[in-house]
Design a protein around this ligand. Structure first.
Ligand SMILES: *[C@@H]1O[C@H](CO)[C@@H](O)[C@H](O)[C@H]1NC(C)=O
Length: 490
């Protein structure tokens, strides 16, 4: 704590004395308040809730919604999370969101607790896992989506009074989806570890679901969008081997059952050096989980070392000491792609944060092509990315809604941009939503605090424009890795 203050003071003195062109980085560094940013992130998940809201709901502009989800198939599928600025419940990215929230919790549990956010984080996980328990209605049946992207996107409606179709879509033995089933298995397994210390019974229940879904995923193989074509235009999976090894790695961490380790060893493919960790590609996550086992001395095997090597080469590329470095904007942001870039910055920073922790506990380092990387180097990368997102950037904009003095006011989000049902009960129709609210050149009436938008372009440029869903929409997958990132810094 004291060290940090001294560093900050020195940074400010340096700015005053040198007229450094990167002065904005250092002044804002001194100003970043990771703990308050973390608090905001956890509010975001309350803003995205579907279903009946609990009495302790803190985001008051939201109301109950989609209470009849699942009624078309005769089961209760209410609950869970809306994916982004729309009102579809896409199971594939939702499961990845819960896996990353759970991973954040188990790596940074003490810090979350110290900041008073452990309970909120576990509540955010449980809102997802309670839904997944309903969606996993039989050992080999999993509902992977409620609502439809095309018909939902054709309207601009609040979740509380939407009239768009709420069809329920599933996978089963005849219509498999190994990626969806395995990602949901990973979410259940990771969450079972997260709940272990506080709720043994719930933790054990989650693990049963994880094991059943892994069995389903590995024994009935296929891409889930073949079984749920409605997901294909929005969250098509590019393959399912990554989810299978990721789920196996989580199940091994959760159970110590050697059969999951055998699966990793026998898969014959550690994935290679990847360019990103995302809702579609989990290899980096699996590689890092295996590296943790190796660094911890829990396992030792030649095959498994290729996972660790792949993970470390990815990290080398992020820290600009690799053979294929990740691009950076002139302002220093890790840059992956135009559409929703910050989701990839977030997962990369998360990986650097957890790896720094593993290396520190083993007094280890990474030998990158460009030189040795030590834990403080990784911590500096994590901090630089968090600071950029919190406002230390050429635009002086915080990309976290509700944080700092300047942040996005017109995010691409139906609920945020339309008057709250608390203030106006009269229905907003499919078309009125566009005419009266979407096209309005005014700030959104409801702040979706904690949303991290897609972010700036590759030259640090950014306009606060509601119609630009590439840069001004937040998805649940953007936020969950940042819970770990900010907890690591707080
Ligand atoms: C950002 O803040 C710095 C330091 O206060 C200032 O020099 C710079 O002009 C600002 N940039 C923009 C785009 O507002």
């Amino acid at each position: 704590m004291k060290m940090n203050r001294i560093v900050c003071v020195l940074a400010i003195l340096h700015v005053i004395s040198s007229h450094d062109p990167h002065a904005f980085v250092q002044t804002s560094l001194a100003a970043s308040d990771y703990a308050s940013a973390l608090t905001k992130l956890l509010l975001y998940f309350e803003g995205q809730r579907s279903g009946k809201l609990p009495p302790n709901q803190r985001v008051k502009w939201r109301g109950d919604s989609a209470l009849k989800d699942g009624s078309d198939v005769g089961i209760d599928l209410s609950g869970g999370y809306y994916d982004a600025g729309d009102n579809v419940k896409f199971g594939f990215p939702m499961a990845f969101t819960i896996t990353m929230l759970s991973w954040s919790t188990l790596e940074f549990r003490a810090k979350l607790k110290a900041k008073g956010e452990l309970g909120n984080t576990l509540n955010a996980i449980r809102w997802g896992t309670d839904y997944f328990i309903k969606a996993h209605s039989e050992p080999h049946v999993l509902y992977g989506q409620v609502g439809d992207g095309d018909s939902d996107h054709a309207c601009w409606m609040r979740p509380e009074d939407m009239t768009t179709p709420r069809g329920s879509y599933r996978i089963d033995d005849q219509n498999p989806g190994s990626d969806l089933a395995a990602e949901t298995a990973a979410a259940f397994a990771a969450a079972s570890i997260a709940f272990g210390p506080s709720d043994q019974a719930y933790s054990a229940k989650l693990l049963v679901h994880a094991k059943q879904l892994f069995d389903f995923a590995s024994n009935h193989q296929g891409l889930y969008q073949s079984s749920i074509p409605s997901a294909g235009g929005f969250y098509a999976s590019s393959g399912f081997q990554d989810e299978l090894v990721w789920a196996a790695a989580w199940l091994y961490h959760a159970t110590d059952d050697k059969s999951y380790l055998d699966f990793l060893q026998n898969s014959g493919n550690s994935g290679g050096v990847k360019t990103q960790l995302s809702w579609d590609d989990k290899y980096v996550g699996a590689q890092v989980l295996v590296a943790k086992l190796l660094l911890g001395g829990k396992v030792a095997s030649g095959v498994l070392y290729s996972y660790k090597n792949d993970a470390e080469q990815f990290i080398c590329n992020c820290i600009q000491k690799g053979n294929n470095n990740v691009r950076k904007t002139p302002g220093g942001l890790l840059w992956f792609q135009e559409w929703n870039n910050l989701q990839y910055t977030g997962t990369a920073a998360f990986i650097a944060a957890v790896y720094a922790q593993y290396l520190t506990s083993k007094h280890a380092s990474i030998q990158c092509p460009g030189g040795i990387v030590q834990p403080p180097d990784l911590a500096a990368l994590v901090q630089s990315q968090a600071d950029y997102i919190l406002g230390a950037n050429p635009k002086n904009v915080s990309y976290l809604v509700g944080y700092g003095t300047s942040f996005p006011q017109k995010i691409h989000h139906r609920g945020s941009s339309i008057v709250s049902t608390r203030n106006d009960q009269s229905p907003v129709s499919c078309k009125d939503g566009f005419q009266q609210w979407y096209n309005r050149d005014a700030p959104n009436p409801n702040l979706l605090v904690g949303a991290i938008v897609g972010g700036p372009d590759n030259q640090d440029g950014y306009n606060d424009d509601r119609s630009n869903y590439q840069s001004n929409e937040a998805a649940t997958v953007n936020i969950s890795p940042f819970v770990g990132v900010l907890a690591s810094l707080a």
